[in-house]
Ligand binder design. Sequence first.
Ligand SMILES: NC(=O)c1ccc[n+]([C@@H]2O[C@H](COP(=O)([O-])OP(=O)(O)OC[C@H]3O[C@@H](n4cnc5c(N)ncnc54)[C@H](O)[C@@H]3O)[C@@H](O)[C@H]2O)c1
Ligand SMILES: O=C(O)[C@H](O)COP(=O)(O)O
Length: 387
Amino acid sequence: MVNVHCLNNIASCGLDLFTADYNTESSYEDANVVLVRSAKMHDLDLSNNLVAIARAGAGVNNIPLESCAEAGVVVFNTPGANANAVKEQVLATMLLASRDLIGGNKWVEDNKDDADIAKSTEKAKKAFAGREIAGKKLGVIGLGAIGQLVANAAISLGMEVYGYDPYLSVAAALNLSREVKHVIDVNEIYKECNYITVHVPALDSTKGMIGKEAFELMQDGTVIINCARDVLVDEDVIGDYLKSGRVKCYVTDFPNPKTANMEGALCFPHLGASSAEAEDNCAIMAVNEVRDFIENGNIKNSVNYPACNLGVCATESRVAVCHKNVPAVISKITSAMGGANVNIESMANASRGEYAYSLLDLDKQPDTSIITELASIDGVIKVRVVK
Ligand SMILES: NC(=O)c1ccc[n+]([C@@H]2O[C@H](COP(=O)([O-])OP(=O)(O)OC[C@H]3O[C@@H](n4cnc5c(N)ncnc54)[C@H](O)[C@@H]3O)[C@@H](O)[C@H]2O)c1
Ligand SMILES: O=C(O)[C@H](O)COP(=O)(O)O
């Protein structure tokens, strides 16, 4: 039985994909697999039973990736599974920041008992007039799963789109409209664009990336949309730029006591991925990744271990080894197998930074003594008999 613990609610259509071999009611302490959305895991212990964490979503800044790698816990996310939901939220907030639909709606609420509301509407409406987004310039910072969808949709809505992503993947580049102006200096976006939307992960290198220097380059009336993570924008200084009018509106999906009380900030309670479709997509992708890892040892969409795939095991046994990416580990593993007269029929190995992963298909079931021997090799982190 494989014990699964859900730290957040995970859509049932995903959980339903687990067979009777999985117990989805496990405690966190007993879990072999953890499914999570945004729950913070940095202060949680990683038990020896734990082999995988699947983030049903994109951002993994709530998970201690390095400690997990060090403990042989493979962390997965679900790239692109909630991208359309965020794209739609960005488009909606761009319109809300341009036309005062929220103010207008509030006016109707406040005047709902006025018998002459139809007449007073025509006088009141000028207070809520706005601007159109067509013909305006949108800068998209980060052209991954979400950024590319936002950029392409904005082109369709008649905007002039600038895109910046120094690490743009080939797949993302192929999906991007040719009409998107790909800039190599992000300052071009800060200087030129009326709307700026950010879609990069929260990393040490991206924290505070939209700060004083960026605000100083912007035009008056710039709209900034942050449906990625609060730490990307320097929220200690943006209030000053909202007051001066340099920034017209700061849309954030990550309210905190500062921004929730900031005039000119339009805050939402982390709704980007909260569509039924995105929740289903993420749950299904997360469970499929976990099942392939548990049942076959294969790794796809990990954020701390390399991709590695040997398909479905056709030999007597398969062993998976999480290890350090250092010399001689693999030769010691293969020597241990040879010494025990176990033949390796096929093998896959891949590395990612300091960590590596090996899958070995064997002609017979290895004794527990061989598994113990493998686990004791210097540099080996975790050994699992998959079959
Ligand atoms: N509000 C929400 O509910 C919600 C939902 C999904 C994702 N997110 C956030 O949005 C982020 C992006 O999601 P995604 O699915 O597009 O991820 P992604 O990994 O597909 O794309 C991220 C892109 O950012 C680029 N990038 C990294 N550093 C950069 C830098 N310094 N400058 C410019 N580009 C840089 C990468 O090359 C990549 O193309 C996530 O990490 C998460 O924090 C929020
Ligand atoms: O990074 C993500 O995928 C989003 O921030 C969504 O988070 P959620 O799953 O908690 O809604």
